[in-house]
Design a protein around this ligand. Structure first.
Ligand code: GLP
Length: 255
C-alpha cells in the first residue's frame, strides 16, 4: 500500500481524477468501480471538467458502483442512483447501459446480488476501483464485524453509519437500515484500488487502518493485503505524530 499525501481536498480530487483519466486513456474500455459519499465529489467534478474540455471520452467505459440502499427508489434524492446521475453520469458521454448499481428495490435480493457479481465478472473484473473510507473503517458498506462477506450481499448498517448518513435525510427514521454492497472479495479482486481519504474526521480511523493489524473490525485494513493500492490522503486526514514509514509512503509513480 502506498500513500500519497495531497495538500488539500482539491489537490486530492485533482490527482484522483488524473489517475482515472490515465486509466481510461490507457484502456478506453476500462471497467471502473465507483464510490459515493462526500469524499469523491471533487474527483467527479474534475472528471466532468476534463470531459467538457474534450480531454476525456467515456463512450466505451463501464462502471459498477459499490453499493446502494435497500428499499429506496432510484429517483429518491438520497439514493446512490440519483447521486451518480446528478453528480457524474448526466454530465459525461457514458452510455447509461454501461453503468451499473445494485437494485435496492429488487424483489429477490439474493438473486440481485448474484446477478451483480456475475455482471462484474462478465465485464472482465474492475480495472480500477475508487473507494472512500467510512468513519468506522467500512468500505462500500462492508461494516466492522467479526466476519466479512466475500461477494455482493445485503447488509445491515451499523449505528455509526446510520448516524453518519442521517445528516442527508430528514430524520433518523428515514435512513435506510440495509444496503446491497460489493463484498470484500469483490473489492480485493479489482486490479488496482485507489482509496481517497479527506478531512480531520478521518484522522483517527485512517491511522488505525494503516498502523494496526489487519482486522475485520476495520474492513479497510484488509486493503493492506491487496497488491496495488494507492491511498491519496489530504494533510487534514493525517495524524501529525504518526510516522508514515517508507513502506507506506511513496511518491506518485503508479499508473
Ligand atoms: C458511505 C458509502 C461509502 C463511502 C463512505 C464515506 O456510507 N457507502 O462508499 O465511502 O460512506 O463517505 P464520505 O465520503 O461521505 O465520508
Amino acid at each position: 500500500m502506498k500513500v500519497l499525501v495531497a495538500k488539500d481536498y482539491y489537490d486530492m480530487s485533482k490527482i484522483a481524477a488524473v489517475i482515472v483519466k490515465k486509466c481510461i486513456q490507457n484502456k478506453p474500455t476500462s471497467v471502473l468501480g465507483l464510490p459515493t459519499g462526500r469524499t469523491p465529489e471533487g474527483m467527479y467534478e474534475c472528471l466532468v471538467n476534463m470531459y467538457k474540455r474534450g480531454a476525456l471520452d467515456f463512450s466505451q467505459v463501464t462502471t459498477f458502483n459499490l453499493d446502494e440502499y435497500r428499499g429506496i427508489s432510484p429517483e429518491h434524492p438520497n439514493s446512490y442512483h440519483y447521486y451518480m446521475k446528478h453528480i457524474f453520469f448526466n454530465h459525461i458521454n457514458i452510455s447509461m447501459q454501461n453503468t451499473h448499481l445494485p437494485n435496492g428495490q429488487a424483489a429477490d435480493i439474493v438473486q440481485e446480488c448474484q446477478d451483480y457479481e456475475g455482471k462484474i465478472q462478465k465485464a472482465g473484473g474492475m480495472d480500477l476501483l475508487v473507494l472512500g473510507l467510512g468513519n468506522n473503517g467500512h468500505i462500500g458498506f462492508n461494516e466492522p464485524s467479526e466476519s466479512l462477506n466475500l461477494h455482493t450481499h445485503l447488509t445491515l448498517l451499523t449505528e455509526d453509519t446510520l448516524r453518519a448518513n442521517a445528516a442527508l435525510f430528514h430524520s433518523m427514521d428515514e435512513v435506510p437500515k440495509e444496503a446491497i454492497t460489493m463484498g470484500m472479495g469483490t473489492i480485493m479482486k479489482a486490479n488496482k484500488i485507489l482509496l481517497l481519504v479527506s478531512g480531520t474526521e478521518k484522522k483517527d480511523i485512517f491511522k488505525k487502518m494503516i498502523t494496526r493489524k489487519i482486522t475485520t473490525q476495520i474492513p479497510a485494513s484488509l486493503l493492506q493485503l491487496h497488491k496495488d493500492v494507492l491511498v491519496i490522503a489530504d494533510e487534514a486526514s493525517l495524524e501529525k505524530n504518526v510516522v508514515y514509514t517508507k513502506e507506506h509512503t511513496a511518491f506518485y509513480k503508479w499508473v
